[in-house]
Unconditional design. Structure first.
Length: 311
């Protein structure tokens, strides 16, 4: 939940690094620089990368760290204006019309004006973002834009150009202080260049082993040092394989927490085979890795870490 007062925009890249770290987000300097510039220049931040690498978490952390409300728009095929920006409360409008008719109201033109007011307006994330939330400028997360249709992408570009939304019955809304905008994409399709040009772009890659261990330490501090090293090294090894879907950081954290629940203190081939479904989400990938292939990667991991050989 956002705090009652917004915090100032960070004044340096190092401040951004410290801010993210204080909220358990371990970022590299390139990402922190892009975040800093987006905040200082007032530009939307466009983050692209594989699922599970921490794109969405950036927006959540910024909202917490800066004391801003978070408005999240989860994109999907068929997303339209009514779901993204606003719609009229037709049920309430019909009730108002019936009540007016029962009371003998004859001025239909006045009734038409009365039912198209703020009292009957349902605000969705985009409208709340450009208007502000309880007097605060929010963080707007447009999540997985690549899942939405191209016509919605064009509408979003218009909104991001001046941070206003025109409601025919009420006029232009927004246009004040611009929200902090984070747009994410898993790159299941290409986003139009016009929208990318409006944003600062950063590709969020899988972390190297050192940074992934730091993430694991921050997010799952109860995992023992030996197990954490093996978990990270094994996941890094999986990412070198030709799999349909490589495990992201989210899967690393899920696996570490699952192993803790099983009271595992050190990886062995049996426990890996039993828990591969936490890491891999496609049966073909699981069948390919289970057994001798997982044991081979584990043996290599233990040799590199000096933890002995697999049992």
């Amino acid at each position: 939940m956002a705090s009652s007062s917004a915090q100032p925009i960070p004044d340096s890249v190092d401040t951004v690094l410290d801010l993210l770290s204080a909220h358990d987000y371990v970022a590299d300097r390139a990402l922190s620089t892009c975040v800093f510039l987006a905040l200082r220049l007032g530009r939307p931040l466009f983050l692209e990368g594989e699922a599970g690498v921490g794109k969405t978490e950036i927006a959540k952390v910024l909202a917490r760290a800066l004391g801003r409300p978070l408005e999240r728009l989860q994109c999907y095929e068929g997303l339209d204006l009514a779901s993204a920006a606003y719609e009229w409360n037709y049920a309430r409008q019909m009730i108002e019309i019936r009540l007016a008719e029962a009371a003998g109201a004859a001025d239909r033109e006045r009734l038409g004006r009365d039912i198209f007011t703020d009292a009957f307006l349902i605000r969705r994330p985009l409208l709340r973002a450009v208007e502000g939330v309880d007097g605060q400028v929010p963080v707007l997360l447009v999540d997985e834009l690549d899942r939405a249709d191209e016509p919605f992408e064009a509408f979003l570009l218009e909104v991001l150009s001046d941070f206003t939304i025109t409601i025919p019955e009420l006029g232009v809304r927004g246009g004040g202080a611009a929200p902090i905008v984070v747009v994410t994409s898993n790159r299941t399709r290409e986003i139009h260049d016009a929208l990318k040009r409006r944003c600062l772009y950063h590709w969020v890659d899988y972390p190297d082993a050192a940074r992934e261990r730091a993430i694991l330490q921050a997010k799952a501090p109860g995992v023992g040092e030996r197990l954490a090293a093996q978990v990270v090294a094994f996941v890094q090894g999986l990412r070198d394989q030709d799999l349909f879907k490589l495990p992201g950081v989210a899967e690393t954290l899920d696996w570490a927490n699952a192993l803790m629940q099983l009271d595992v203190v050190e990886l062995d081939p049996a426990v890996i085979d039993d828990t591969l479904g936490v890491l891999l989400k496609y049966q073909d990938d699981i069948l390919r890795m289970r057994g001798s292939e997982a044991a081979r990667i584990l043996s290599q991991v233990k040799a590199e870490l000096g933890h002995g050989t697999a049992a």
